[in-house]
Write a protein that binds this ligand. Structure first.
Ligand code: FE2
Length: 435
């Protein structure tokens, strides 16, 4: 690597960032090592691997990994999805159940804890330095795996703080999503998600989540059409359930400002708190009844008045507690990122809530949705522009210098660039550590 820490530090100023951070191949490789290789990355939910032998394949940065439930001990492992023999990816199936994992190249098989099960024609290794029990030849376990209320995080490096310290206040978002269930638990819906490639650097996606200046412009086509359609409905007619989801995307600048934005340590952040685009959603009486009987009225009101929008767990995921979804980032290359959108069922809640969660996902996050493609077009435009080097610096000055500082967090009006500046503070911290 030829980029020095001094050179890297010159790319980020307090209120602007150099466009090369979105297009430079060397920086991307360093990010995979220094950010994605050294922080807790969300890999999946334990309900995706409920039974012994269940597995799910994903990636951490550009490393293929597999989340698997041990067939014997039933504990969770995250393994490098590579054969200890010649390094081939062992399984490309998205998910499944297996007593042993078999590499399709030379047929080496592995137990669900990653250790070798059997090797064909093994006699050829006699009197060599090969040792079946040497971890070097196994599907290696990631050194750190922790679960927070069912959400599984792993780290490629041993040298990382405990997950709860890493999450800090962002854990409240996970807590709130779970607490919205009368049973205090969530589970993934189905075994898969909306997954598609975004033609942009992974950071452009994260920035958009806290960019409250764009919905009224980028999503105007959709929200204007919905409002126009609603205006044609005869008086007294109930609007279709899609309306409560689409309409807030046309919220005013004042609405988004009043929501507020918060920047936390380690690049985490969130919009809203008490108010978000979900806070006006219809409250179904049968759901309230289930919540009251589980938690009592006062605690239920406390849970349901917590409303964050797009809580960012930097760098790998973004959580919406109010609509029970999580979006997961999987960088592929400097200008290409897989984005997954997972939905969750609130255990013990009426089916209507799940239907709304799925409706939201189809309308907002699916590749054929009414809102996501607007963002996709914007990502493409800014990535292409960064690539052309037609703009050298990208401005982040909205409400700069006006943050309200508390002990461990900064807040500002919702349309501030605060959260993006905060992400770059973390980026700089990670990227300034060589080893
Ligand atoms: Fe958007």
């Amino acid at each position: 690597m030829s980029l020095s820490i001094d050179e890297i530090q010159q790319l980020v100023e307090p209120a602007r960032v150099h466009s090369s951070v979105y297009v430079d191949e060397e920086l991307f490789q360093l990010e995979m090592e220094r950010i994605w290789g050294r922080s807790w990355i969300y890999v999946g939910h334990e309900s995706q691997v409920k039974n012994p032998g269940d597995y799910y394949t994903t990636s951490i940065g550009t490393y293929p990994v597999i989340l698997i439930r041990d067939a014997k001990s039933k504990s969770l492992h995250v393994l490098h999805n590579r054969c200890g023999h010649r390094g081939a990816i062992v399984t490309q199936r998205q998910c499944g159940n297996a007593g042993v994992l078999r590499c399709p190249y030379h047929g080496w098989t592995y137990k669900t804890d990653g250790s070798i099960h059997a090797i064909p024609h093994v006699g050829g290794y006699k009197d060599t330095e090969f040792d079946k029990n040497d971890e070097e030849f196994s599907m290696k376990k990631l050194p750190r795996v922790e679960v927070y209320r069912g959400f599984v995080f792993a780290c490629l490096s041993e040298d990382v703080e405990d997950l709860s310290d890493f999450l800090g206040e962002i854990a409240d978002t996970i807590d709130n999503m779970c607490d919205r269930s009368p049973e205090g638990e969530v589970e993934v819906t189905g075994l898969n998600c909306h997954r598609f490639i975004h033609p942009c650097n992974w950071k452009f996606f994260l920035e958009n989540l806290h960019d409250a200046m764009h919905p009224m412009c980028a999503h105007a086509g959709t929200s204007d059409a919905v409002r126009s359609y609603l205006s044609t409905m005869p008086e007294g007619t109930s609007p279709p359930p899609e309306a409560e989801i689409i309409d807030p995307f046309a919220g005013s600048y004042d609405f988004f400002d009043s929501m507020g934005v918060t920047g936390l340590d380690k690049g985490h952040g969130y919009m809203g708190g008490k108010k978000s685009i979900f806070s006006h959603y219809e409250m179904y009486p049968e759901y309230l009844e289930a919540m009251y009987s589980a938690y009592g009225k006062e605690r239920t009101e406390e849970i349901l008045s917590f409303n964050r929008h797009n809580a960012c767990c930097y760098p790998s995921s973004t959580i919406r507690d109010g609509i029970q979804s999580i979006r997961v980032l999987r960088p592929v290359s400097v200008d290409s990122t897989i984005i997954e959108s997972w939905t969750f069922r609130l255990k013990g809640a009426p089916e209507k809530l799940l239907q709304r969660t799925l409706r939201y996902s189809r309308l907002i996050n699916s590749p054929g949705s009414m809102v996501g493609p607007d963002d996709l077009d914007c990502y493409y435009r800014i990535q292409e522009s960064a690539k052309s080097k037609s703009i050298e610096w990208i401005d982040l000055q909205r409400y700069f210098g006006q943050d309200i500082k508390d002990d461990d967090k900064d807040t500002a009006p919702g349309t501030s660039d605060l959260a993006i500046r905060n992400q770059y503070k973390a980026w700089l911290n990670y990227m300034s550590r060589e080893a």
